[in-house]
Design a protein around this ligand. Structure first.
Ligand code: MF3
Ligand code: CO
Length: 251
């Protein structure tokens, strides 16, 4: 069942989103060769605490950390580590803020120092694909319209779309119905309605789309060691169009 949210619930989620944006802006300043993803994780937890919020991922299905930190060929759910990031790495930091019971979820890929041109293009295409998906998140459209827009664009750019992980509805818990695949056919799937709050979070690979699971049973990585990028927003579907609750440009 797809649960629609009231204006007041969406307002509360927007406040969680505003805090998440502040947190991402601090992370952006920290990302440099030599920093560890564990240092970022520790920072995020204390930053949220200082602002009266908690990292919702920690303890969710026994996930052990505040953030997911996925480096290079890691697609998602990378564990923060005490290993220094290197010049030229790309790293996706994903976090979910819980502020007074309201959640917001956003992942962002960061360049560590100087990333090569193909890596930069992967990041740009992935981010643009997210916005192509968001454009389709209109009342009356169907969920397949979102994935179709993302897949068409990313594949035309020579990249592939991860199939094993999807966006999702979000409410009092991180994952609610419906699933939002980042690939698919137009005019298929459930219709988007006013008050739905969803994430769109394309994971785009340089090489093949297939993923394999690490021994930790969380971290997914590409099967061909190619790099993967991801950008994720939480958004509310309204009659006036999608409202991005985790927007980094208009907060
Ligand atoms: N933020 C992730 C998502 O976008 C949720 C990860 S669940 C966790 O769906 F347990 F790994 F944190
Ligand atoms: Co997320």
């Amino acid at each position: 069942m797809i649960i629609r949210k009231s204006k007041r619930e969406i307002e509360a989620m927007k406040k969680a989103g505003d805090l998440l944006v502040l947190c991402h802006k601090e992370i952006a300043k920290m990302i440099k060769p030599g920093i560890t993803t564990m240092e970022i994780d520790t920072f995020v937890e204390s930053f949220l605490k200082k602002h009266g919020a908690t990292p919702e991922q920690k303890g969710y299905n026994d996930y052990p950390y505040a953030t997911c930190a996925s480096v290079n060929d890691e697609i998602c759910h990378g564990f923060p580590r005490n290993e220094k990031l290197n010049d030229g790495d790309i790293v996706t930091i994903d976090l979910v803020v819980n502020l007074n019971g309201a959640l917001a979820d956003s992942a962002w890929t960061y360049a560590v120092g100087n990333v090569d041109d193909e890596g930069k293009r992967l990041m740009e295409v992935t981010k643009t694909s997210l916005y192509k998906g968001i454009e389709q998140a209109q009342v009356g459209n169907r969920i397949g319209d979102i994935g179709h827009a993302i897949q068409t664009y990313a594949e035309a750019e020579g990249f592939s779309v991860v199939r094993d992980f999807t966006g999702h509805g979000i409410g009092p818990t991180i994952h609610e119905a419906p699933q939002i695949p980042h690939f698919g056919l137009p005019n298929k799937g459930p219709r988007l309605r006013e008050g739905m709050v969803i994430t769109i979070e394309p994971m785009i690979n340089e090489g093949k789309w297939e993923s394999k699971m690490d021994a930790n049973n969380w971290t997914a990585r590409t099967i061909d060691k190619s790099r993967s990028a991801q950008y994720e927003h939480t958004l509310a579907i309204t009659k006036e169009g999608p409202i991005i609750l985790t927007d980094q440009d208009n907060d």
